[in-house]
Design a protein around this ligand. Structure first.
Ligand SMILES: [Zn+2]
Length: 185
């Protein structure tokens, strides 16, 4: 028997949304951005379900271009992870995608505000590099994303301290700089 196409089990929706949010969180943690909270039930707010202000990392980075690349990776990883499960996009995910669209616009505008380029039309190269990085990171950290999404689906939300503790216990370290340099797509 097959289910009608619009009917997706609630638990399945929940784990799919959790996977999307976990992907954002893992990129943020790999990039050394503060993640103040991940919450499955907070998706309808303007910032989506992951509270992360990547611009706080500007001083520590001392490299605006690198930071902008990674901010695009942070945004795009959500859509990329959804591509593996494109059937039946839920309302929650649609709201989250809208927040992601706004976030990518913000990255473009920030690149202009920081004088990296003269106009948002010239930010496509940054966006492409960010997209590639997100794609590589999913290949490398797929199991880690999956693991965090299971935890998130179970808990509903994860605060900063718990997330950091979880990350230290579960993530094997590697260099994001190295990942940015590799040629495999
Ligand atoms: Zn998202």
């Amino acid at each position: 028997m097959t289910s009608p196409p619009n009917v997706v089990k609630e638990s399945e929706q929940r784990s799919r949304t959790a996977r999307h949010l976990a992907a954002h969180a893992i990129v943020a943690l790999r990039a050394g951005f503060r993640v103040e909270r991940i919450a499955l039930d907070a998706i309808s707010n303007a910032h989506g379900g992951v509270v992360c202000d990547w611009k706080q990392a500007r001083e520590a980075y001392r490299d605006d271009e690198k930071l902008i690349h990674r901010s695009f990776a942070l945004v795009y990883v959500g859509g990329l992870i959804d591509q593996e499960h494109l059937e039946n996009i839920t309302d929650d995910l649609r709201a989250e995608m809208k927040a992601d669209m706004a976030a990518s616009e913000d990255s473009r505008e920030t690149a202009v505000a920081w004088n990296l380029v003269a106009s948002v039309q010239e930010t496509n190269a940054f966006a492409r590099i960010g997209y590639k990085l997100a794609s590589r990171l999913i290949k490398k950290d797929g199991p880690l994303i999956e693991k965090l999404s299971v935890l998130l689906a179970e808990w509903g939300s994860v605060d900063e301290a718990s997330l950091m503790e979880w990350f230290q216990q579960n993530a094997s370290p590697y260099s994001l700089d190295e990942l940015e340099k590799t040629n495999t797509y």
